[in-house]
Design a protein around this ligand. Structure first.
Ligand code: BTN
Length: 224
């Protein structure tokens, strides 16, 4: 079931309330505007009208590949509904070219997870100074962005599908769909290296001057 809010602080908080009241697996809190949108690593998520902001209750045992599954699902949804090609930047940003069009925040609670997904759909401009420059489906399709409700229906089905799969299959799918995980020169929070794939937990392996480091969290940026 999808619970729509015209405006809310964050769908993460609405989904958390719904889950604590016993909402079943797959319940969604979605908003047209968020006044306190939360991003990864304590950042803010710009949440003006025109974006898709949704948090899905997942009654699954947490495992590290879930976060990758959410990225794969968001990329697949965007590609099938908007007919554009997208890339995945570990752990789960969706980029079109060098610009970010979707971000994911996964929050684990005692007996469930909340998967928060933001997709830039109809916006035509973004604030200056974002950590990664942003784009939207409207910009990328010349004004032919899919309807937000249809995008959300597809997203929920795709998320439920990918998060139900085995970790190894999810990792493989992510590796196949991302230009960032193998042989890419990047920095992660200031440490430079070349990516060497994912380990069995879905963590990023980075070959640096001091050997291979296992990255469990952080912001990956390409070195051009
Ligand atoms: C990121 O890339 O930093 C993650 C962004 C996640 C944004 C979504 S929008 C829906 C849900 N509600 C929030 O407050 N955040 C997530």
């Amino acid at each position: 079931m999808i619970h729509w809010f015209d405006t809310t602080d964050s769908t993460m908080l609405r989904a958390l309330e719904l889950a604590r009241e016993g909402a079943p697996h797959g319940t969604v809190a979605a908003a047209r505007v968020q006044t306190g949108g939360k991003g990864r690593l304590g950042r803010r998520w710009e949440s003006e009208i025109g974006g898709l902001y949704a948090s899905i209750v997942l009654r699954l045992a947490p495992h590290p590949a879930i976060s990758l599954a959410l990225g794969v699902a968001a990329k697949e949804t965007i590609e099938s509904c908007a007919d554009v090609s997208a890339d995945l930047r570990w752990p789960n940003d969706v980029l079109i070219g060098e610009r970010k069009c979707a971000g994911i925040l996964a929050q684990a609670e005692d007996s469930f997870l909340i998967a928060g997904i933001g997709i830039n759909v109809e916006q035509t401009s973004f604030p200056e100074g974002l950590d990664t420059p942003a784009t939207s489906l409207a910009i990328e399709t010349g004004g032919r962005a899919p309807e937000i409700e249809r995008l959300l229906d597809t997203l929920v089905q795709t998320v439920l599908d990918w998060t139900s799969r085995e970790s190894a299959e999810i990792r493989r799918a992510f590796e196949e769909r991302s230009s960032f995980v193998l042989g890419r020169r990047v920095t992660v929070d200031g440490v430079a290296g070349v990516t060497e794939g994912l380990d069995e937990n879905g963590f990023l392996l980075l070959r640096t001057d001091n050997g291979v480091q296992t990255i469990s969290a952080g912001g990956v940026r390409p070195i051009c």
